[in-house]
Design a binder for this molecule. Structure first.
Ligand SMILES: NC(=O)C1=CN([C@@H]2O[C@H](COP(=O)(O)OP(=O)(O)OC[C@H]3O[C@@H](n4cnc5c(N)ncnc54)[C@H](OP(=O)(O)O)[C@@H]3O)[C@@H](O)[C@H]2O)C=CC1
Ligand SMILES: O=C(O)[C@H](O)CS(=O)(=O)O
Length: 493
């Protein structure tokens, strides 16, 4: 474990100019009217930056700038917007390691995961740059001999985003890319824990020649005030949010007053099912990636692991051996598999879930949730067996390195168990029998089903949830529709 010296982030970068701490509004770098707020490295506990704390009035100014810039941006051809987005993509990839270092320093994930997130985030800009040229309309045969009907799609206007700390780059680009490709202007409010990655995106947007006012970043310590400005300002026509279902409900209620279009990527509670006929080694590998990516801090992480009785003990032993080999440490350190959790509250939630499970009869076969020594938010990964549906992790998202193993007997039993949640984002199962694969994939009530894989995230597919996991889809050619309005023209000839 590192001795937790100060991070001195700028000294770790090839291009320290990527490390800015101001807001980016209408093409200008601005300080916050309400001072600054601190950003800390969750692995070392040291303050790595003091970031501009923009006021609600300054967020309003950013919205005004976006409103003023949007019409001109929408007048560009799809190809012209595509060329600007391509330059932004190229700059992100050229600065991938620096962007990853900034991300790890403020969020904590291992550097290889952070660098991977940059490529994932950039892939949305590349993909939707291409889609900018394919916003097609249609003609419809008239309902009367003298009528002609054409349908056109136009950008919705100003879109505003609120995003979480767990993917500080990709959650912004997954929204900004389709918005800008569609001809919208964008105001991004990043999580207060991780604003530096968003600001670095603005540095590169400016270098890519994206016009002033089209892409704005408004760091702020007050999320609720910014959320209210986004929902109450009549110049904003779309709010797009990634985060907890609880906050999603707040924003939906606030947006209702203006009947604002909303995209919501909310909480999850993913089941990960291992059938008797699964390739056990593949299932263990998939469980490791699905459960421990970002140290369990993703909305698509396996939250409940169901293993059929015939392979339960073998799977538990294999998983325990694999997790025991994982290294907990500073994400900036070579060889780290599991970084810190984002806050001490996140640690307490994992410990609460472990204590609850033990009190209801679960057995800890690895770990136990002890905090590891050092200034960072480090906690040992834990596996429990004997998990049952009355335990907290059956209904609540753990959002940390806890793998609860549930035993099940039949296919019908596990489908009922898997679907018994208010959430419906991601689900996974390992099996070989083809008819079982088809039946289970159709029966799972989720927006995403991973079959014999633990990683489902890609820019080419429509990411999103059903039930209380959200509204709308991000990624794939569907993703741009959320930033377009459809209009038809009925003409008498
Ligand atoms: N479906 C998905 O793709 C994802 C879902 N999530 C879910 O989010 C949760 C974990 O992420 P977490 O960041 O803690 O979630 P939160 O919902 O607490 O925060 C998400 C964002 O919303 C902001 N926020 C908080 N309260 C308000 C408010 N009243 N009005 C406007 N904005 C607000 C936060 O700001 P600040 O941090 O500055 O307080 C942050 O930027 C988990 O439940 C996880 O499943 C997370 C990521 C992806
Ligand atoms: O915030 C998240 O958890 C992401 O949506 C998960 S993913 O898209 O990176 O898989």
């Amino acid at each position: 474990m590192l001795d937790h010296t100060a991070t001195n982030l700028a000294t770790l970068l090839d291009d320290p100019s990527l490390l800015k701490t101001q807001g980016y509004v209408n093409g200008a770098w601005i300080d916050g009217d309400t001072g600054t707020f601190e950003v800390t490295n969750p692995a070392r506990g040291d303050v790595i930056a003091e970031v501009a704390d923009l006021s609600r009035a300054q967020v309003g100014t950013a919205i005004d700038a976006a409103y003023a810039a949007q019409k001109e941006w929408a007048s560009w051809t799809g190809k012209e917007r595509a060329q600007a987005l391509r330059k932004w993509f190229d700059l992100m990839m050229a600065n991938q390691k620096d962007l990853g270092t900034i991300l790890t320093a403020e969020q904590g994930k291992p550097l290889n995961e952070a660098v991977g997130e940059i490529a994932y985030g950039a892939s949305f800009i590349e993909f939707f740059g291409e889609e900018a040229k394919r916003v097609y309309g249609e003609t419809i045969p008239g309902h009367q001999r003298d009528k002609r009907i054409t349908v056109m799609k136009q950008p919705i206007g100003v879109a505003a985003s609120i995003t979480p700390w767990n993917f500080p780059n990709a959650m912004i680009t997954r929204k900004a890319a389709p918005a800008l490709a569609a001809g919208c202007a964008f105001v991004a409010r990043p999580a207060s824990e991780t604003p530096l990655s968003a600001i670095a995106l603005a540095v590169l947007a400016e270098r890519a020649g994206i016009p002033a006012g089209v892409f704005n970043v408004v760091p702020s310590s007050s999320a609720s005030e910014v959320g209210k400005e986004f929902c109450e300002n009549p110049k904003v026509r779309k709010i797009t949010f990634t985060g907890s279902t609880e906050v999603g409900r707040i924003l939906l209620r606030q947006a209702a007053d203006q009947v604002m279009k909303c995209s919501m990527e909310l909480g999850g509670n993913a089941p990960f099912i291992v059938f008797d006929d699964a390739d056990l080694d593949a299932a263990v590998e998939g469980a490791i990636m699905c459960k421990f990516r970002n140290n369990g801090q993703t909305c698509v992480c396996a939250n409940r692991i169901y293993v059929q009785a015939g392979v339960y003990d073998a799977f538990a032993e294999k998983l325990k051996a694999a997790v025991a080999r994982m290294k907990v440490g500073d994400g900036l350190e070579e060889g780290t598999d599991l970084g810190p959790l984002i806050t001490t509250e996140a640690i307490e939630k994992v410990q609460q879930h472990i204590a609850d499970a033990k009190s209801k009869g679960a057995e800890v076969i690895l770990g136990g949730g002890d905090v590891l020594q050092g200034a960072g938010n480090f906690i040992e990964p834990t596996i429990v067996t004997g998990a049952t549906r009355d335990m907290l992790f059956s209904t609540d998202e753990t959002f940390g390195p806890l793998a609860p193993l549930f035993k099940f007997e039949t296919e019908d039993d596990v489908i009922e168990l898997a679907n018994d949640t208010i959430f419906g984002l991601a689900s996974y199962f390992y099996a070989k029998d083809l008819s079982r694969v088809y039946k289970v994939a159709e029966a799972l009530e989720y927006g995403i089903v991973g079959v014999n894989t633990g990683i489902i995230s890609t820019e080419v597919a429509p990411f999103g949830g059903v039930k209380q996991s959200g509204l709308g889809r991000e990624g794939s050619h569907h993703g741009i529709e959320d930033f377009l309005e459809m209009k038809y023209v009925c003409m008498s000839v």
